[in-house]
Design a protein around this ligand. Structure first.
Ligand code: DCP
Ligand code: MG
Length: 414
């Protein structure tokens, strides 16, 4: 701990780590607002399988303004339209009120991934360890960056979390909610506690009290089935679970019962560790200004290809697919890839294929280039570290692409 102050309260769970959980508010809708300022402050619905003017598809997410009309994730677009008509229709139809209409947009996953990359770059700079759990969500271990020391009635950890949140707002332009706590489950619940634009801090010693009134489903590991079983035992809240007889829990749920009981009491010793093996390895680099200089473009791709091949070799990884990404102005993300008949580990081949794919963009101005190998196979049983687009080596480069859990977002080569 730095700062030399005293710890604020009794650390009853023996844990004084500092974990932040960051989750962007209505992520896809926030991305849409970023490129279309007309949408700011307005109800926005982003539809999966939605096409402009059509009623098909399902709501991927809705802005909080749209949620106020009863629009929610996974709802059919047709149901959303009943609650919130399209703005374009409301302008044409005198029986509809534009003040009670919203903007509908189809999903654009490539674009959201670009925005996510920018966010993850910041998060990686702000933490020593990070676990990316989905496209817009990550845990950060910031124990070495700040402290639970209280200054003027606030913890330094809160100030640090505010810095992270404000960097995302300023440098990327999307709102995120942040939870800070001495463990992962409490941090996650905290980030969700005051959405949107929330910042909730749970200090060591307060975790159990924070959980107490919440439903058992707030406890990490309690899904809908376990929640129902717990309810049958009369356990409704996390406080009930914390106070429950551990013997009965163990009888009913085995070893897991003990873990859940511990978690409800504020204990969660999971470390913030990166996720398992990468699905792909990649690196990208941005130009200061878009360039159509073919020699420069080729040189960049060759350099990126060499880096990626070297990293794959370092992980004993074989790859079957080689791809490039070329971002052209204003911000069009183009990806091209080629799959091989079998897995290889061959730096020359990565360079040749990548340059060949680049040829399609001859003469075009390019802002940013990336090279990626995917369809990975691992020769050795080493535990790979967090991956995706590699860490930036200049301020202009983007950092890692999240390898998100959501199949909807898939991968660059999906
Ligand atoms: N998503 C999706 N389908 C779902 C849930 C989510 O396509 N059933 C996508 C859209 C979301 C993004 O994933 O924008 C992130 O998921 P979150 O659960 O974090 O939801 P949001 O960021 O949209 O909203 P919140 O403000 O609650 O975090
Ligand atoms: Mg979110």
């Amino acid at each position: 701990m730095s700062g030399g102050g005293t710890l604020p309260s009794v650390v009853d769970d023996g844990d004084d780590r500092i974990v932040c959980h960051v989750d962007v508010d209505c992520f896809y809708a926030s991305c849409e607002r970023l490129r279309d300022p007309e949408l700011r402050g307005q109800p926005v619905v982003v539809g999966m399988g939605y096409e402009s003017g059509e009623p098909h598809g399902a709501v991927a997410t809705a802005s909080y303004e749209a949620r106020a009309f009863g629009v929610e994730s996974a709802q059919p677009i047709s149901a959303a339209l009943e609650r919130l008509p399209r703005m374009a229709d409301a302008r044409d139809d005198p029986s509809l009120d534009p003040a009670e209409a919203g903007y509908y947009r189809p999903v654009d996953l490539e674009y959201y991934r670009e925005v996510a990359e920018r966010i993850k770059t910041i998060l990686r700079e702000c933490a020593d360890r990070i676990r990316e759990v989905s496209v817009d969500e990550a845990y950060l271990d910031v124990t070495e960056r700040t402290a639970w020391t209280v200054v003027d009635g606030r913890t330094l950890a809160e100030g640090y979390a505010r810095y992270v949140k404000e960097r995302i707002a300023r440098q990327v332009g999307v709102p995120a909610s942040v939870g800070v706590a001495p463990n992962m489950s409490a941090a996650k619940v905290a980030s969700d506690h005051d959405k949107p634009d929330g910042l909730v801090v749970v200090e060591p010693g307060e975790v159990r009290a924070f959980f107490e009134p919440l439903s058992v489903s707030a406890v990490h590991g309690v899904g809908p089935v376990t929640a129902r079983e717990l309810r049958e035992l009369g356990v409704e809240t996390a406080g009930d679970l914390a106070a429950a007889d551990p013997g009965i829990l163990r009888e009913r749920f085995g070893e897991r019962g003990r873990t859940l009981h511990e978690r409800a009491r504020g204990h969660d010793d999971r470390e913030v560790t990166p996720k398992g093996r990468p699905k792909s390895l990649s690196r990208e680099s941005a130009f200061t200004e878009a360039t159509d200089d073919a020699a420069r473009q080729r040189e960049t791709v060759a350099g990126l290809a060499a880096d990626v091949a070297e990293r794959a070799a370092g992980k004993d990884a074989l790859y079957r697919t080689i791809g490039i990404k070329a971002v052209t102005p204003p911000y069009d993300v183009n990806t091209r890839e080629r799959s091989l008949p079998g897995p290889v580990a061959d730096a020359d081949l990565v360079r040749e294929v990548a340059l060949d794919l680049l040829a399609e963009f001859a003469g075009e101005p390019i802002r940013k280039l990336g090279v990626r190998v995917s369809n990975l196979q691992f020769a050795a049983a080493e535990q790979a570290r967090l991956d995706g687009w590699d860490r930036a080596d200049t301020a202009e480069c983007e950092g890692d692409v999240p390898l998100c859990d959501q199949s909807s977002l898939g991968d660059f080569d999906a």
